[in-house]
Write a protein that binds this ligand. Sequence first.
Ligand code: SF4
Length: 189
Amino acid sequence: MPQSKNTIRLAADLQTDSIVDGPGLRTVIWTQGCSHHCKGCQNPQTWDFNGGGEVPIKDVLEAIDELEYQNGITFSGGDPMFQPEACTKIAKYCKDKGYNIWVYTGFTYEEIIKMSKTKKIYKEFLKYIDVLIDGRFVLKERDTNILFRGSTNQRLIDVPKTLSSDEIVLFDESKYLEEKNKVTRKTYV
Ligand code: SF4
């Protein structure tokens, strides 16, 4: 069924306090719909484009207004790139409220840039994203020791730096881990 411009199809309610979908305490927006069908996907129930539920975007924004103690917002799914208009509206709202934005997608960054040549909204969505975790989940490259992603082909891309330099710049994992260790030491010393 075609979706209204003012709604987003979600797989679940917003999930607060996640510590595995990016740095800090994060709220995850679980989008519904994905055609990548990666072997070993942990969320195959999110593939169906008619599954989940259609939710007014204003309800999502109201839920964002009520968040407490969250460091950032993560779009996951499903694949948020199948609903770029709705995700862009929500991402802009979150960004204006000071949240950093991480987005998981099965598309590669290069594929998104290619898609943006005919559909400008993709470029607009990228403008609000701090880190893009890109690429399909590849079961034979699965690694449980890597940061915030499932398989080694996936990248943590620093989107603002990548957009401004026109070449892929990765999120600085070692700096992040160093900062995290400092905080942990301060807490326990
Ligand atoms: S892109 Fe993500 S949600 Fe889609 S099939 Fe692959 S792992 Fe599952």
